[in-house]
Design a protein around this ligand. Structure first.
Ligand code: HEC
Ligand code: HEC
Ligand code: HEC
Ligand code: HEC
Ligand code: HEC
Length: 313
């Protein structure tokens, strides 16, 4: 039975590859694409025997075959996402297969579930955080996103990466932006959560001209402070983020230093008060160094830590 299934699977795969070979890119027909797109994309995604340095680049998913000339593709090349797999594999931490769920687009695409018998791990991994981490031609969402924009980035950009024990603390953008998980402070979402329907995407992907390759925004995912002065937001002289942000930052950094000094001086580094104060400090630090994504929450977290001073002595 197993063999029969395997044979059937293989025949299907060969069939799709044959279909794909017949495909003429010069006369691209989007009607035909819409019917066969999913099959073609699957054919592109055939698993590779073993990863070589070339296959560790993010091209194994084949989106570049059709999308390489688009700004999205070229911008993504400038972004950290395209290095996520190499940085993980060459980094100083012990790599577990679960790390790949956020650091490699192949985790789902080339999984055992999709290709029975193909084990996806650090040795066989291909693809960084690439097009198919966020898009799928099988999706019905806007821009073929695998999740609506507001839920997309936070699936990976969170402190709790489920990789406890690996010795790495991930950044806290998600927790800070949504204002949760800190000790002693009730939920306090960033004011931006309410006004920005696409959340992270709104600041990190905004660009002036969709047709040109940008240095900020779009698929570089680089936010820029000029985004803040979009009409109706922080666009007045006394509300300019270029001026205000350094002030907020100085205030928060001063508090962080005070908390750090308090933590360093604490005789008992296992008490609940110590752990709470440290969690809040690390959350603020883990968000661009000073709680950038939610200043009111960052202040509240540090104030709470400072309020624990007498318990730490
Ligand atoms: C599949 C998981 C995943 C998703 C989804 C994801 N990211 Fe990332 N992101 C990563 C990883 C991993 C890195 C670290 C890459 C590295 O430097 O090794 C990263 C890095 C970044 C960086 C730093 C980039 C740089 O050039 O150094 C920014 C900014 C960023 N992501 C923004 C976003 C935004 C905005 C979204 C949503 C549109 C998003 N990410 C969605 C996994 C993800
Ligand atoms: C829930 C998703 C997720 C999981 C699981 C995950 N990471 Fe990450 N990792 C990220 C994101 C997002 C970033 C970029 C932002 C940051 O630095 O926190 C990142 C960044 C990193 C970086 C810094 C990259 C650089 O720029 O040098 C290293 C190293 C890293 N991760 C190692 C690991 C290891 C080791 C594991 C498994 C034990 C792991 N990660 C599991 C999401 C994840
Ligand atoms: C980290 C997630 C992420 C990755 C990786 C990613 N995209 Fe996107 N992409 C998005 C989001 C989110 C949007 C919608 C942006 C918006 O709503 O403003 C988008 C929009 C697009 C669009 C619509 C037009 C545009 O530029 O906004 C195209 C085309 C596109 N992506 C292609 C690609 C290709 C090709 C790749 C691989 C090189 C890729 N994307 C990688 C998240 C991603
Ligand atoms: C055989 C060529 C081909 C391949 C391979 C291909 N695409 Fe596409 N893609 C297209 C065409 C053509 C369209 C426009 C179709 C339409 O208008 O519906 C499109 C549309 C898209 C869009 C929507 C853009 C928008 O403006 O909203 C995204 C996102 C996308 N593809 C991502 C991917 C990803 C991710 C891969 C790899 C897993 C991929 N594509 C592989 C041909 C291809
Ligand atoms: C109000 C606008 C805004 C929103 C919303 C926003 N960011 Fe940011 N983000 C920024 C700015 C500004 C920076 C600092 C950019 C810099 O240092 O170049 C930044 C920095 C980052 C960085 C560090 C980049 C680096 O190069 O180290 C990451 C990662 C990141 N944001 C992810 C996210 C995620 C994930 C979300 C959603 C939970 C999000 N951001 C929501 C504006 C925003």
């Amino acid at each position: 039975m197993k063999q029969a299934l395997l044979f059937l699977g293989l025949s299907l795969l060969m069939g799709t590859i044959a279909l794909f070979a017949l495909y003429d890119y010069d006369s691209f027909d989007s009607e035909l694409w819409l019917t066969n797109g999913a099959k073609i994309a699957t054919a592109y995604a055939a698993p590779v025997e073993a990863a070589t340095p070339e296959t560790k680049t993010p091209f194994a998913e084949g989106c570049n075959k059709c999308h390489a000339n688009e700004p999205a593709y070229q911008e993504w090349h400038q972004a950290g996402h395209s290095h996520a797999l190499v940085n993980l594999l060459e980094g100083p931490y012990e790599v577990q297969t679960s790390c790949l769920s956020c650091h490699s687009a192949g985790y789902e695409l080339f999984s055992d579930r999709v290709y029975p018998g193909h084990t996806y791990n650090a040795e066989t991994a291909v693809n960084a955080v690439a097009c198919s981490s966020c898009h799928s031609h099988n999706s019905r969402s806007e821009h073929l996103l695998v999740k609506p924009a507001k839920h997309l980035c936070v699936t990976c950009h969170k402190m709790d990466c489920g990789c406890a024990g690996a010795g790495i603390i991930h950044q806290s953008q998600s927790e800070m932006f949504l204002g949760r998980e800190g000790a002693g402070i009730k939920r306090m979402p960033s004011p931006h959560v309410r006004v920005m329907k696409k959340r992270c995407v709104q600041c990190h992907m905004t660009k002036e001209d969709p047709e040109t390759v940008a240095q900020h925004g779009g698929h570089t995912f680089a936010a820029e402070l000029s985004v803040c002065s979009t009409a109706g937001c922080h666009d007045s002289a006394d509300n300019s983020m270029e001026v205000k942000l350094p002030q907020y930052r100085a205030e928060i950094e001063a508090k962080m230093q005070a908390v750090k000094a308090m933590l360093d001086a604490a005789p008992d580094k296992t008490s609940q008060a110590y752990l709470d104060a440290k969690l809040n400090h690390d959350m603020v630090k883990g968000d661009s160094g000073y709680g950038l994504h939610n200043m009111p929450y960052a202040n509240a977290l540090l104030d709470y830590s400072l309020s624990l001073k007498s318990e730490l002595e």
